[in-house]
Design a protein around this ligand. Structure first.
Ligand code: AP5
Length: 219
């Protein structure tokens, strides 16, 4: 069973590889960022509460985020595997996940950490465009859509995320350094952590990840 966590700083390429992984292995993509953006789009109470934090680059409070993931991971489609993207991001979130995955007998099998340097993260985030309908990520230089401004996958409109500006990114990187990076030691200790070079090209990186995941699936 493939129970996966993707970790790494904003812009390291988690969402891009996540789309490829879920298509190949047919498991649900649980991206807390996407879930919040969907709630914002729909104008729900959750969305209204999350928008202020997200647009400024801050983390959404742990109780809200943990509640959301608890509900999602307990759904039947996660019984054959899941891909967590952007969760956990704090020690309390990692601890809550540990308890939850034990309760529902769906333990994490691998944590893939994307390493990427800061100048490249800034280049990627400032040039990123995302599909307003399906969330697929593009880049104005390195991953253009076939028709400018239109998603190749679903025909949706491509936009720039509100938090994809230098001010928010500096805050996001700061949260990553202080709150998320310490989790790497937590997962290294449990033997689940594998580091990959996020600077590797899109397809070569996916091939490397596939090798890792096939090995986990065989266990
Ligand atoms: P979230 O949506 O999770 O954003 P993030 O972690 O900041 O990550 P990104 O989506 O920015 O980057 P990515 O690594 O997925 O990069 P991508 O593949 O798109 O979270 C957003 C916000 O929601 C948070 O700031 C927070 O407020 C809130 N939130 C979410 N989860 C939370 C939690 N657990 N707790 C509290 N708050 C939470 O790639 C980026 C660009 O690079 C693209 O343009 C792409 O084309 C390009 N690229 C990708 N791969 C490559 C490559 N190999 N080579 C060259 N270019 C590449």
């Amino acid at each position: 069973m493939l129970n996966i966590i993707l970790m790494g700083p904003p812009g390291a390429g988690k969402g891009t590889q996540a789309k490829k992984i879920i298509a190949k292995y047919n498991i649900p993509h649980i991206s807390t960022g996407d879930m919040f953006r969907e709630a914002i789009k729909e104008g729900t109470e959750l969305g209204k509460a999350a928008a202020t934090f997200i647009n400024a680059g801050h983390l959404v409070p742990d109780d809200v985020t943990i509640g959301l993931v608890k509900e999602r991971l307990a759904k039947p489609d996660c019984a054959q595997g899941y891909l967590l993207d952007g969760f956990p991001r704090t020690i309390p979130q990692a601890e809550a996940l540990e308890v939850l995955t034990k309760q529902i007998a769906r333990p994490v099998g691998i944590v893939i950490n994307f390493e990427c340097d800061r100048p490249e993260l800034i280049r990627r985030i400032s040039g990123r465009r995302v599909c307003v309908s399906c969330g697929a990520p593009y880049h104005v230089d390195t991953m253009r859509s076939k028709v400018e401004g239109v998603c190749d996958l679903c025909g949706g409109k491509l936009i720039q995320r509100k938090d994809d500006n230098v001010e928010s990114l500096i805050v996001r990187l700061d949260h990553y350094e202080h709150q998320t990076k310490p989790l790497l030691a937590f997962y290294e200790k449990s033997g689940l952590l594998v580091n990959v070079n996020g600077l590797t090209g899109y397809d070569k990186l996916f091939d490397e990840i596939t090798v890792l995941l096939d090995e986990v699936a065989r266990r």
